[in-house]
Structures are given as C-alpha cells and as structure tokens.
Design a protein around this ligand. Structure first.
Ligand SMILES: [Cu+2]
Length: 310
C-alpha cells in the first residue's frame, strides 16, 4: 500500500508543494495550476518564507505533525484490519551500539549520475558526518534533550515545535538511518524528467533520503512515532486536553482517506499493486503533472539535498 505510486506521489507532493510554495522560483502560472488542482496549502501556509527563513507562527508546523499523525493512523487502521499489531515507535533516539536492530546503516560513497562529481563528493562527506557516532551526541542528543524538556515545550507553540522538529532532528534522521538505495531516482528538477519511471515504484525502493520512498522504509515509522509522541509531550507540558488544530493540511485526498476510513483507497491501491499497472485516474495524472511542473521551476527540495548544505 505504501509503495504504491499513488501513496508515493502523495507523500512526495505533500512535502514538495509546501516546501516550494513561497519560493520565488515558483512561477505564478505553476502556483495557479496547483491551486486549480486543489493541491495548494490552505491560506498559503508553508514552512518557509520567500527569504527561505522558517515561519514559526503560521501553523505550518502543525500541518507537519498532523499529516504524519494521519499517516500513522491509516497504517494502524490497515494493520488492525489484517489482525496485525500496531506500529512501534522509538521511545528515544537509538544510541550507537544500543540495539543491533536499530544500528545506523553503513555510509556509502555517493555516485549519483545526475549529480556532478563535486556534489557527489560533498554528499559523501556530509553523509559520513551524519552517520558518525559523534553525531548521536551532537547534535542529535542535544536536540532530543531540547525538544523533550517540558520547560522548552511550554515556550513553543505546537506549530513552532513541528516546524523546528521537522527541519532539525527529523531531516537529519532521514539521512542518518538511510541505507544505500539501489539507484538514485532523478530529481524532477532535472529538465529531462517528464514522468517518474515506474522502476521507482518497486517495493525495494525504500530509500529514506527521498520523500518518494522514505515511508516505505520501516525506520520511517519508528522515527515518526517518536515525533508523534512529541505532540503528547507538548500537550502534557502545556496542560492542553484536546488539541485545537489549525494546521490540518494533508494534501488533496480522496474522500475517506483523511477521515479515518482508509478502506476505499487501500482497496484501490491493492488492486493496482496486484494488477501491476496503474489505473489512469485523474488524481494520479494530476499529481504527476504537478511534480513535473514543480520540477520545471526547480523548486523541489528533498532530504538528500540537505547533504549539499554545509
Ligand atoms: Cu513525510
């Protein structure tokens, strides 16, 4: 279900649209096309401003927490239907040597044919640093202490917490626990990418460094379980009962998907997976077109792009 093209596009686009929304490179025409297709974030709510700075008071960070909470709920609903136990979460970030099941996968040398040699070298160096034992203490341990302190949680709105979590510990996590993928899906920012090749829909493509595949990887759910528990730590620290969510954007979803009733979609997704071909329905075509148009503006930023930032 998670490896289906539909679910991959949905997760990829949710991150890509909001990440690009205030980017000056995104043209008015493409913005309007995304609006027309129902994929614009409500109230233009995005984590970054046009200057690239984080916006901590617009509830975009709530969207991040809310959407991933929905994803967890959907998977747990499906697991319950199958008589399987619910997803597990990490109660704390795994420490080096602590649990072999959660060992950090080995670093590798980047040899992405879509990147220059210099960029591959820089990505390799960044990856080694992110995967080092020292990185577990600084910054991960420092971040973890900061985000789980009730005193700090009392000084942050839920949206500020979500935005900061996403852009610090969460993003680093994705590359730290990534394994070398069997290949590198070309970024849609590259001019010659018109559609995502179906080879990247293979269940083996579970690269944590790409929003198209990260949610297919089991580590994704351990981490997002940890992040989800931060919501509960925040409500406890602030004495909040029921959260009055403002940021509840989950992208453009089929009826039922966001209402705790995933049966209809999972049936569709299962059928696709079993027949091995993709139905040409309008939602899929819309998502593919938006990916391509965002790429033409070169505004898609993925986890692996972080490796190019010093
Ligand atoms: Cu995500």
């Amino acid at each position: 279900m998670l490896a289906s093209r539909r679910h991959r596009l949905r997760h990829f686009l949710w991150h890509a649209v909001r990440g690009a929304w205030n980017n000056p490179l995104l043209t008015a025409e493409v913005r309007q096309l995304i609006r027309n297709k129902g994929w614009a974030p409500p109230n233009d709510r995005a984590p970054f401003g046009a200057d690239g700075k984080l916006i901590l008071d617009n509830f975009a960070g709530e969207d991040f927490l809310y959407m991933h909470r929905q994803m967890i709920r959907e998977v747990n609903d499906l697991l319950a239907q199958e008589g399987e136990p619910s997803l597990d979460a990490w109660p704390a970030m795994p420490r080096p040597g602590e649990n072999p099941d959660f060992a950090v996968p080995a670093a590798w040398a980047y040899a992405d044919p879509n990147q220059s040699a210099a960029d591959n070298a820089q990505m390799t160096a960044s990856l080694q640093r992110l995967k080092s034992d020292a990185y577990a203490d600084n910054p991960i341990g420092i971040w973890e202490t900061f985000y789980t302190s009730p005193n700090n949680l009392r000084r942050l709105s839920l949206g500020a917490l979500g935005n900061l979590l996403e852009m610090t510990i969460h993003n680093s996590f994705h590359m730290r626990w990534a394994s070398q993928p069997f290949g590198y899906m070309p970024s849609p920012n590259l001019e010659d990418v018109n559609a995502i090749d179906p080879q990247w829909d293979s269940v083996e493509y579970d690269y944590l460094g790409d929003t198209y595949s990260s949610h297919v990887n089991p580590f994704f759910w351990y981490l997002h379980g940890w992040a989800d528990a931060c919501i509960d730590k925040w409500t406890a620290a602030n004495g909040v009962g029921d959260i009055q969510w403002t940021g509840t954007w989950t992208g453009k979803l089929e009826a039922g998907w966001s209402l705790g009733q995933p049966e209809a979609l999972t049936a569709k997704v299962r059928e696709e997976a079993m027949t091995g071909h993709h139905q040409s329905d309008a939602d899929l075509r819309d998502m593919e077109e938006i990916v391509q148009r965002l790429g033409s503006c070169k505004v898609i930023r993925n986890f692996y792009d972080l490796l190019l930032q010093p």
